[in-house]
Design a protein around this ligand. Structure first.
Ligand SMILES: Nc1ncnc2c1ncn2[C@@H]1O[C@H](COP(=O)(O)OP(=O)(O)OP(=O)(O)O)[C@@H](O)[C@H]1O
Ligand SMILES: [Mg+2]
Length: 243
């Protein structure tokens, strides 16, 4: 099996060298746990290897993502100009205002099939190997009931898998719930689930990463310390943990 390297320091070695190619993975965690940073790092590191990627943003406007990610030295614009990264803007259409992004949905409102078509066209155009969907709950906001949301998630994952891309989807967990996704379907259709935790105690913060599931992979079962540094996410070994 071919493995797609995230090149997130300390991460690939926990999963036998990388994410199984052509599958879908969930990054699940509460607000501010680093899901967007993880997903962007996955694309940027792919672009550095010459593997093109697509960022489908349903949460934040593309301009804000570009700005936030510059903090880590990641110049998305530069990779966009080289056709190594494309951002698909699924945020503005749902509130009904036009976007000046190159890849966007019409301002008439959210349309899943239009979004899927745009993703598929862009995969072909830049020969993308990596896709990020940020986030599943934001996608879910476009639907009236959970049945339609589940159908949408299944359709999305099916089409991406047929296109052969390796996908990272972000989602939220409710700390009290036994589910690892919001709708109780993502965690089953995904081939892997990575959980990010954050416990802020006064000035001390404690971030961890845990691999809950990774099909076809012997993976670490530990809670790994995670740091957000000026170069992005770094995963530490349990031995490096300061208590
Ligand atoms: N330069 C930085 N250095 C250290 N930590 C940072 C830096 N920039 C952001 N962070 C931390 O990362 C968090 C944001 O990460 P990210 O946007 O990936 O979270 P998220 O899980 O996507 O959150 P949300 O659910 O709100 O989308 C911030 O809340 C902050 O704690
Ligand atoms: Mg986010």
């Amino acid at each position: 099996m071919n493995r797609i390297k995230t090149n997130i320091p300390g991460f690939d070695e926990l999963i036998e060298g990388g994410l199984p190619e052509g599958r879908s993975f969930l990054i699940s965690g509460g607000p501010g746990t680093g899901k967007t940073i993880f997903a962007t790092q996955f694309l940027i590191n792919g672009a550095k290897l010459g593997e093109a990627g697509i960022y489908v943003t349903l949460d934040e406007r593309p301009e804000l993502i570009r700005e936030d990610m510059l903090r880590f030295g990641w110049n998305l614009r530069q990779y966009e100009d080289q056709e190594l990264i494309k951002i698909i803007d699924g945020t503005t259409s749902k509130i009904g205002i036009p976007s000046d992004e190159e890849f966007t949905l019409p301002a008439t409102g959210f349309d899943l099939d239009k979004l899927l078509l745009e993703i598929m066209k862009t995969i072909k155009k830049i020969r993308a190997k990596r896709v990020v969907i940020d986030s599943i709950p934001a996608l879910g906001l476009n639907f009236q009931n959970e049945h339609d949301i589940r159908k949408a998630i299944l359709k999305l994952v099916y089409l991406l898998s047929r296109a052969g891309v390796t996908t990272v989807m972000t989602t939220e967990i409710n700390e009290d719930s036994k589910q690892f996704g919001k709708y109780g379907v993502e965690e089953f259709v995904a081939d892997g689930v990575i959980i990010l935790h954050y416990m802020g105690l006064g000035t001390q913060s404690n971030r961890t990463l845990h691999i809950r599931k990774m099909r076809a992979t012997k993976h670490s079962e530990d809670l790994h310390p995670l740091q957000i540094t000026e170069n992005g996410i770094v995963i530490k070994k349990i031995e490096d943990y300061d208590i």
